[in-house]
Write a protein that binds this ligand. Structure first.
Ligand code: 4AD
Ligand code: MG
Length: 470
């Protein structure tokens, strides 16, 4: 069956030729003589208008079908493509035949015409892509994923598939989902135990504790130190118990890793990458972006355009703390050198002080992961976080510690076991090179571009504490 997408029909000439479209009824409206249907197939934001003229005589079979063609019903329509007298659309279809493929009884179909709250739609996540907002998000997600690949492929980066199941904790934060085939239900009774309390993982599937990855970085580094420039793009999992509008338990992350690269070049790539993605959204997703600008965050397009043409502010963590201390009374959490930046601090820096994206570098080593390169001061590491207005951290990255002894010391200082990282240490033992990389949270990027307020609304089926439906 060859079908034509409504997207293609909407840009063709109204030459009276015969066309067939498929889709779901958005609305049905009747006047004395005319019946109008809006049909949407999700191929683009716009629906196509289908008209039937009672004066011209309507086949009784079609009238029967029309009764069933309520909001949400799926239909096939055949008719003539003509110029539309209605404003805002160039073409419409004068229907010759109409078939309802699947009914959507008004008494039970959850998505009636009226505007639904995002909360209600989250509970109906299996149907929400049929609404304007979530159709637009679905297309944006796909387009931005494509843009990610274009950006890196055009710049000599190789796409590496890092494992989803791993035995290492990249971020050292212990926020991991364990993967096991041991009988947890009967853990107390029947799970094999080696010592008094310890579970005997030698009898588990992998013969040792394993978990879902929190980041593909460590494995990406092995490939960067072989084929120079790589990126990963895949799902990551974090069991952080943060029920916020910016955290998911399962999210997608893009992680470039670049050999022969220092923190400055790393920041340059990150800035160029974000500008490339925003430009792609503005140019290639204009119709959906116009919707987000009009209905989700007024002024969004102007804001993003300004970001594209700006130079991102770059400051050290120490400078950031000085800025924050000047205004210490404004914060619930008093800023001090050594503290992790809270979201109120990130907001203040990006929205009040610098009014745009800010890259903060050289954080205290205590609050950053073990793999970050130690600065000569011995206190800070070559970290770089990109913060953006309305959202806070969108990118986290660093130059990596390439010195074997220093890295080993960092690992033991942080109470990690160097034996677990033997292969990672080998990258420093043999042919070590300066290298750097960063991670961009794909859903945070989508929040930024669409102006949506809750991260659960930019991924099809969100996973968060106590939430794993669908
Ligand atoms: O700052 P993070 O933890 O950095 C890393 O994982 C490094 N291994 C990246 C690297 O250098 N290759 O996470 C990177 C980004 C964050 O800036 C944020 O955008 C996103 O991942 N992120 C989350 N997004 C949604 N839900 C969560 N729970 C997230 N945690 C991090
Ligand atoms: Mg981070």
């Amino acid at each position: 069956m060859k079908t034509t997408l409504i997207k293609e029909i909407l840009v063709s000439q109204p030459d009276g030729r015969d066309v067939t479209v498929h889709g779901w009824v958005r609305t049905k409206r009747e006047t004395k003589n005319l019946i109008f249907l809006q049909i949407n197939d999700g191929s683009c934001f716009a629906s196509i208008q289908v008209t039937l003229d009672r004066d011209a005589g309507i086949d009784p079979a079609i009238l029967d079908e029309l009764k069933k063609a309520t909001t949400g019903a799926s239909v096939r329509v055949n008719g003539k493509l003509v110029e539309s007298p209605a404003s805002g659309q160039a073409v419409e279809i004068q229907a010759l035949s109409l078939t309802v493929l699947g009914e959507a009884p008004a008494e039970t179909y959850p998505l009636q015409k009226k505007n639904h709250s995002f909360e209600f739609l989250r509970e109906n996540a299996h149907l929400r892509a049929r609404t304007n907002t979530f159709g637009a998000i679905a297309r944006m997600r796909s387009q931005m994923a494509y843009a990610v690949h274009v950006f890196f492929q055009e710049r000599g980066f190789h796409y590496v598939h890092t494992p989803i199941i791993t035995a290492s904790d990249c971020e050292g934060a212990g926020e991991m989902f364990q993967v096991t085939t041991l009988d947890l239900g009967g853990l107390a009774r029947s799970t094999p135990k080696s010592g008094e309390d310890a579970v005997d993982f030698s009898r588990d599937f992998f013969g040792k504790p394993a978990n879902l990855t929190v980041s593909g970085q460590l494995e990406a580094e092995t490939y960067a130190t072989a084929v120079s420039r790589v990126y990963t793009f895949g799902p990551t999992f974090r069991a952080e118990n943060s029920n916020t509008t910016r955290h998911l338990a399962e999210f997608w992350m893009i992680e470039p890793e670049i050999a022969f690269c220092d923190i400055t070049e790393n920041m340059n790539v990150a800035e160029e990458f974000i500008k490339f993605l925003l430009t792609w959204a503005l140019e290639k997703c204009a119709e959906d972006m116009a919707f987000f600008d009009a209905r989700i965050q007024p002024g969004l397009i102007e804001t993003l355009k300004k970001v594209v043409s700006s130079n991102f502010v770059r400051i050290t963590y120490t400078e950031a703390i000085e800025q924050l201390e000047k205004n210490a009374t404004a914060f619930e959490f008093k800023p001090f050198w050594g503290c992790d930046l809270q979201s109120e601090h990130e907001k203040y820096l990006t929205e009040i002080v610098y009014k745009g994206p800010v890259i903060v570098t050289d954080y205290p080593r205590e609050i950053k992961a073990f793999y970050m390169k130690l600065n000569d001061d011995g206190k800070t590491v070559r970290a770089m976080d990109m913060l953006v207005p309305g959202l806070g951290e969108i990118i986290g990255g660093s130059e990596r510690e390439e010195n074997l002894e220093k890295l080993e010391k960092r690992i033991t200082d942080m109470n990690l076991d160097p034996d677990d990282y033997w292969w990672y240490l080998d990258l420093r033992r043999y042919g070590s090179v300066p290298h750097a990389g960063f991670g961009l949270g794909f859903e945070r990027l989508l929040l930024y571009i669409t102006g949506m307020g809750n991260i659960r609304d930019v991924i099809p089926f969100p996973r968060a504490p106590k939430l794993a439906d669908f």
